[in-house]
Design a protein around this ligand. Structure first.
Ligand SMILES: *Cc1c(COP(=O)(O)O)cnc(C)c1O
Length: 392
């Protein structure tokens, strides 16, 4: 049957080969531990589920939502921004409900660029930015991020040509995959760069509540007058363990929100009303549940971080996200190292190259397994490094 070139040209799903090997090893009785998972393993807080059930039982909630999301959810996002970041947002014009932020990110590109327009995307970065640009017939220019500079944008690395042709820039802190975090000053520099070059900054804040210790991730909208060139995506997926619920939002520049809303009104009719109501309850809670989750991820992170350092792997200690980003030993590339880990000790990690060319030499390790499983991972990593030592 007919299949578009657009779809044919999408990159092959990198994990399918790992998935095949995983299934093969499992059928041979190997206890495979999957640290390639990009989603939290903890349950959604009970008060959120209770609210969903309560609202799902009301027939009045079985209708279509309004296209831009129910007022109650948009109001909850406005309140959340006010209490957490002291940012004022108009729920009617500066906030839009999304069916998960991934949906919004992918559709945004279509609402903003024309064919062959350039979009700057972080390298390494979340793969959806690149495929979204490709699907919208845009051109990708990589904004290089590197460990030596703490993974902050270095606009001096971009060519004048790319800068002048760029219509938008994606950024993501706390970052998937590198777990890098920033201070407000980095956002100030970025907003200034975007304003001076007439570029829309689309900040993906999927992990902005998933932080450790005293660190609080800033919002790019805290920069004065940021709304003139900025939008920010938020998600309940990672902070409230609601990946399957498909609920998120985008806030910021009115014109861009309107364009995205117009595009979306021709494609979907927002999210199920009870899901939006339950999500509003979550966002306007005291965030105690989020703190508890963060403690769980922090404990796992501390344990695995220490073990990796003891094994001689170079890894930065994250202040947020559910990932560790580690350098592989010099003699391997990302894919070789990941493949060897799976074949020799049954541990799946994600090769850094899945996130862009500069991911080469790194692996992303998910913290979405229990402490007991992390103990087992550490045992296996020790065995792996001992074998490696003997093979030299
Ligand atoms: C998980 C993730 C998303 C998507 O989250 P949803 O709201 O579930 O669609 C977006 N960006 C990054 C960086 C993510 O890791």
């Amino acid at each position: 049957m007919h299949v578009s070139n657009k779809v044919k040209d999408l990159p092959p799903y990198l994990f399918s080969e790992f998935q095949r090997k995983k299934e093969q090893l499992q059928s041979e009785g190997v206890d495979v531990i999957d640290l390639g998972i990009g989603a939290p393993d903890l349950p959604t807080p009970k008060f959120v589920i209770d609210k969903l059930v309560e609202e799902a039982n009301k027939p009045i909630n079985h209708r279509y939502s309004s296209y831009n999301g129910i007022p109650e959810f948009r109001q909850s996002v406005a309140e959340h921004y006010k209490t957490r970041f002291s940012v004022d947002l108009d729920p009617d014009t500066e906030i839009l409900t999304l069916i998960g932020s991934k949906e919004g990110i992918a559709n945004l590109v279509h609402a903003v660029i024309n064919t062959n327009d350039t979009v700057l995307i972080p390298d390494p970065g979340y793969p959806v930015y690149r495929t979204a640009v490709q699907l919208a017939d845009g051109k990708v220019a990589y904004l290089p991020l590197d460990q030596e500079n703490g993974y902050v944008p270095r606009f001096d690395q971009l060519s004048n040509d790319d800068i002048s042709k760029a219509k938008m820039l994606f950024l993501n802190y706390p970052s998937n995959p590198t777990s890098a975090t920033v201070e407000l000053n980095t956002f100030l520099k970025t907003v200034t760069f975007c304003r001076n070059n007439n570029i829309l900054l689309a900040h993906d804040a999927a992990y902005n509540l998933v932080t450790f210790n005293e660190y609080r991730a800033p919002s790019v909208l805290q920069i004065p007058n940021a709304k003139d060139c900025v939008i920010e995506f938020g998600s309940l997926s990672k902070s409230f363990n609601m990946t399957g619920w498909r609920i998120g939002y985008v806030v910021g520049n009115k014109e861009v929100i309107k364009a995205l809303s117009t595009l979306k009104s021709n494609m979907d009719t927002s999210q199920f009303i009870p899901i939006q109501k339950a999500a509003a309850t979550a966002l306007n809670s005291d965030l105690q549940g989020v703190q508890e989750n963060n403690k769980v991820f922090e404990q796992r992170m501390e344990k695995l971080y220490e073990a990796l350092v003891n094994l001689g792997l170079k890894v930065n200690k994250p202040r947020g996200t559910i990932f560790l980003w580690a350098k592989v030993p010099d003699k391997y590339n990302s894919m070789e190292f990941s493949t060897k880990l799976l074949e020799e000790v049954g541990v799946i990690v994600t090769p850094g190259t899945a996130f862009g060319p500069l991911g080469e030499g790194y692996i992303r390790i998910s913290l979405s397994v229990t402490l007991e499983r992390i103990d087992e991972v550490i045992k296996r990593l020790k065995k792996f490094t001992n074998q490696e030592g003997k093979n030299q």
